[in-house]
Design a protein around this ligand. Structure first.
Ligand code: ACO
Length: 367
């Protein structure tokens, strides 16, 4: 049996290819390095969803359809009562998503992509006793997300940085959350069920919950001079360094570089705290050095979550919202995989090997 299903091929997909040896990600025929240069998140939805819905909107209509979906899901924020608002942000957003219809058409798909983008700023504001800000369907998805959080129009550089983030994380092979979505979709449950399963898998710290702890570590390290000692102590305690290592990549995660470039663009526009960036770079260098010495035969490199943490922080997003912002990008991929599974796949139902005790022979059997 393969522990953690490592290297087991559990689905065929036309959606994305993660080449862990070459450090390359292909999304529907386009390499991530090229995609981030020209794509918007809306255009990536068109790319990912092509052929998976009866009524496929043309690329030119996707921005306004997604904007209209944002307006529609905004109405559901009214259901955020005190019990929901007491929960961690990711759980509150998930509770609201659970109220959406569980269908499998393009309309549901758009609502499910709009939902984390609208519910996340809405819940954060309500948790801070501020009124939620209604979406503006005419804005780009990323720009509107940032506006719904702060109440102010983001700078073009900020909007473009968040857009690049959403594109970068839109799909990534059969990661844990996407696998969860495909398992649920294989039972022919609807897209809301598949998305909820995926989001539940995403929130764990070994998957999409890592960037918050990356910032906690930076806060605690505080100065480049403390980086090595702090990280060594963490490793001595048997802890994992958040933002490093990956199940598939044996070289640097290409998404880390795509996001690092987004941060550099913000820095050039004077919109990043450069002291924080320098601290992060020192921590990254020290962590890579320590991990290389600890595991010489298992390359552990920087993963997407390290630079996610820095980028989302630079955009003014609070760390408790990071997993939801990840879901805002990955939802497009989850839905594409769920539809691919519904249309082409079989029920996913593997076997387990029983290693528990056998029943005792019945005492009265001989009598
Ligand atoms: N820090 C310290 N040690 C590590 C790390 C790390 N970040 N990652 C792996 N290792 C160690 C493991 O403890 C293991 O050691 P052992 O053999 O002595 O038990 C060894 O390296 C091998 O680990 P892998 O087999 O590569 O780990 P696996 O594939 O099961 O896990 C994972 C991959 C979960 C991403 C892991 O690297 C990790 O926990 N990283 C930190 C959390 C993180 O950054 N998660 C985000 C991942 S990206 C994403 O999901 C979007």
């Amino acid at each position: 049996m393969v522990s953690g299903l490592e290297e087991v091929v559990a689905a065929e997909t036309i959606l994305s290819d993660v080449d862990g040896q070459a450090g390359r990600l292909i999304i529907r025929g386009q390499s991530l390095d090229e995609l981030v240069k020209h794509a918007t998140y809306e255009s990536v939805l068109t790319l990912l969803w092509e052929g998976f819905f009866k009524k496929q909107p043309p690329a030119s209509e996707m921005p306004i359809l997604l904007g209209t979906a944002r307006e529609e899901v905004f109405e559901h924020l009214a259901a955020a009562d005190t019990d929901i608002l007491k929960q961690p942000t990711v759980d509150a957003v998930r509770a609201l998503i659970a109220r959406l219809p569980d269908a499998d058409d393009i309309g549901s798909a758009l609502l499910l992509v709009a939902a984390p983008a609208v519910f996340t700023p809405g819940i954060l504001r309500l948790q801070s006793k501020l009124a939620p800000i209604a979406p503006n369907a005419k804005l780009g998805h990323a720009a509107d997300m940032l506006r719904m959080l702060s109440g102010e129009a983001p700078t073009p550089e900020q909007a473009s940085a968040l857009d690049r983030y959403l594109v970068t994380v839109s799909d990534h092979g059969l990661n844990a959350s996407t696998f969860a979505a495909r398992v649920v979709a294989s039972t022919r449950a609807g897209l809301t069920s598949a998305t909820l399963a995926a989001m539940s898998a995403l929130k764990g710290p070994l998957h999409g919950g890592a960037p918050g702890p990356v910032l906690d570590a930076l806060d605690s390290i505080d100065s480049p001079a403390h980086a090595s000692g702090w990280l060594q102590d963490a490793l001595n305690r048997g802890e994992r360094l958040m933002g490093f290592g990956h199940r598939v990549y044996r070289v640097r995660d290409p998404r880390a570089d795509a996001l690092k470039e987004a941060i550099k663009n913000l820095a050039q526009a004077g919109q990043v705290d450069t002291t924080r960036l320098q601290l992060a770079e020192s921590v990254e260098a020290a962590a890579l050095d320590l991990l290389a010495r600890k595991k010489p035969n298992r390359p552990l490199q920087t993963n997407v979550e390290f630079y996610t943490a820095l980028l989302l922080e630079a955009l003014g997003l609070p760390r408790e919202a990071f997993t939801c912002v990840f879901a805002a990008g990955r939802s497009g991929g989850w839905i594409a995989h769920a539809r691919e599974q519904m249309l082409n796949g079989r029920l996913i139902r593997p076997q387990s090997r029983y290693v528990g005790p056998q029943p005792e022979p019945r005492r009265d059997a001989a009598a």
